[in-house]
Design a protein around this ligand. Structure first.
Ligand SMILES: [Zn+2]
Ligand SMILES: [Zn+2]
Length: 274
């Protein structure tokens, strides 16, 4: 499959920001709509954290093909392109974290470039497909990557069918822009602000603020130290909602082989190494 025909995602990023600003003039404020925006945000954030990140990028657990597609569909509804492109970009980040080759390192490229500037860089439009051949073998995942605007369009139509224009505005536009920046904060903030438990070769940090915004992805120093772990918050106070939900899925058999981590051993190891 060729991803060369894809347009740069940055155009959609700009367009949706612009439409949101214009659409806000017709917004009706109510806590109900705020609730819808928050629910839509966290539903799709789960598609990004549990789906695009822990499953597609890191293979932290296994699942059946139908649930794999559902995770891919929900993640793609976030308008962050498809699971194959996302995983390829993310695996590249882990291979080259905070070096000149890292596409979105705040350490080498600064805040703006790491947050969203990199999205506009056309050279990231095509990815190194051999690094994601475990994903490209599924035609339905290739379809999601090729038609990555179809899931958001279906999502938007569903919002319209249930709630009308205010539903599209709050559950779609407001929620999606917030979701983008929540996701981008993992790149721009958690390699600069927070604490370092493990002496990783990058500058990754554990950041509680980003963890709350992203259902647990803020425990980024833990994650860089042990990327294949389904769990990213290593202590009881490191809130990791994606992990808790995935454990429920594991209990009911929806996912299997969740790659655990010997937290006590790792915490002890971090202590002895200072
Ligand atoms: Zn990172
Ligand atoms: Zn990762």
């Amino acid at each position: 499959m060729s991803l060369k025909t894809m347009k740069p995602a940055g155009l959609h990023l700009l367009l949706v920001h612009l439409i949101l600003v214009l659409a806000l003039f017709s917004a009706e404020f109510s806590w109900y709509w705020v609730g819808l925006a928050v629910a839509s945000y966290y539903l799709r954030m789960f598609g990004i954290t549990a789906g695009f990140h822990r499953y597609f990028s890191h293979k932290a657990f296994k699942t059946n093909r139908i649930f794999q597609f559902i995770l891919g569909f929900i993640g793609t509804a976030s308008i962050q392109r498809g699971p194959i492109w996302w995983a390829a970009i993310h695996r590249h980040h882990h291979r080259h974290s905070d070096t000149e080759l890292d596409i979105h390192s705040p350490v080498t490229k600064g805040f703006y470039e790491s947050h969203m500037g990199w999205v506009f860089n056309r050279s990231h439009k095509n990815v190194d497909l051999p690094t994601v051949d475990d994903l490209t073998k599924f035609p339905e995942l290739r379809w999601l990557d090729k038609y990555y605007l179809v899931p958001p369009a279906i999502y938007g139509l569903a919002l319209y069918a249930i709630w009308g224009w205010q539903g599209v505005l709050w559950g779609g536009l407001v929620s999606t822009v917030a979701l983008w920046h929540g996701t981008f904060f993992v790149n721009s903030l958690t390699h600069v602000f927070g604490s370092r438990r493990f002496n990783t070769k990058d500058d990754s940090r554990n950041n509680w603020f980003v963890a709350l915004l992203t259902l647990g992805e803020g425990w980024h120093n833990n994650h860089h130290f042990y990327p294949r772990s389904v769990r990213q918050g290593f202590t009881w106070w490191e809130i990791d909602i994606s992990y808790y939900i995935l454990m429920v899925f594991h209990k009911i058999g929806l996912i299997t082989d969740a790659k655990g981590v010997n937290v006590d051993h790792l915490l002890e190891r971090a202590k002895t190494k200072g």
